[in-house]
Design a protein around this ligand. Structure first.
Ligand SMILES: [Zn+2]
Ligand SMILES: [Zn+2]
Length: 294
């Protein structure tokens, strides 16, 4: 199985409010990923239904239970999407014991009861495991029931978790999205944050390369590994770009990839161009890179 996903749903995409606080008291290197299901509810038929359920769990955990945030680090659904919860490097609150919460990320299937997770859901779980490991988590993959007496995560997911436990998972290209609360990357050469000046210069390109995991040289070549990585990422978010490494240049010309980049950055109208001199698109990108992600 290759671990591919239909897309990554950020907290903003799902409409989750910010957490009241964030605890980094987790040592995932000494554990890994714990797998859960969503109780007895059937998986939603539509993906909008998945997002609504994710919000309802957030509301239940924060309002009714009084927790600081949704208990899970990640969700995954039958449509093959991964949903950001607490994200990477944040302690979970779903695993039932202090020890398990301090060593295991909690990943929950948005479904449960007698229903079966789809192959896409299992792919998405495997993707989560791969991403957590890539970030330094241990190789253990456990069902919730290995920590305490519970039906969670059901027979299917418990069996699938065992099949991933300490085993290699599908090798895939690096993915940059890391939940919503990843710490910023180590200081770039020169240190500190990017100047938000709307100029796609070497510092901005280097920071972008750092975040995307491509070789860092501060230059966008033709074709460019950075642009190809960006295209692949935009395609996971619904763009339909040819991954050719071309289409991001501050030359005032129109490119399909720049259209998709602008839409990704939240512009409601896109013109596909990076204006020469000062580009609002580049300024928006710089602000985003200063949070340590793309
Ligand atoms: Zn559970
Ligand atoms: Zn879904």
């Amino acid at each position: 199985m290759t671990a591919t996903i239909a897309g990554f749903v950020t907290r903003a995409d799902a409409g989750l409010p910010d957490p009241r606080s964030v605890s980094d008291h987790i040592q995932a290197s000494r554990g890994g990923v714990a797998v859960h299901w969503g109780g007895n509810g059937a998986p939603p038929a539509t993906h909008d239904g998945c997002l609504a359920r994710w919000r309802s769990w957030h509301a239940f955990h924060t309002r009714d239970r009084g927790w600081v945030d949704i208990a899970y680090n990640f969700g995954f659904c039958n449509h093959g999407y991964v949903l950001a919860g607490r994200g990477l490097r944040v302690r979970s609150a779903a695993n039932g014991t202090n020890d398990a919460n301090s060593r295991f990320y909690a990943a929950v299937w948005i479904g449960g009861g007698d229903h079966d997770p789809t192959d896409q859901a299992l792919d998405a779980l495997e993707w989560i495991v791969a991403e957590c490991r890539r970030d330094g988590a241990g190789t253990a993959v456990r069902s919730h029931r290995s920590f305490k007496t519970t039906d969670c995560a059901g027979e299917d997911l418990t069996g699938f978790a065992a099949s991933l436990d300490d085993r290699e998972v599908g090798q895939r290209d690096p993915v940059v999205e890391q939940g919503s609360y990843s710490p910023p990357p180590p200081a770039q050469s020169g240190g500190g944050l990017l100047k938000v000046d709307g100029v796609l210069g070497p510092a901005t390109i280097s920071a972008w390369q750092h975040v995307m995991g491509t070789p860092i040289d501060g230059v966008i070549s033709t074709p460019s590994e950075l642009v190809a990585a960006v295209q692949e990422h935009l395609n996971t978010r619904g763009a339909r770009l040819r991954v050719d490494g071309v289409g991001i240049r501050q030359d005032g010309r129109e490119y399909a990839t720049t259209h998709a980049l602008q839409a990704y950055l939240g512009f409601s109208r896109t013109d596909g161009r990076l204006d020469r001199g000062m580009s609002l698109t580049v300024a928006s990108l710089q602000g985003r890179l200063n949070t340590g992600r793309f």
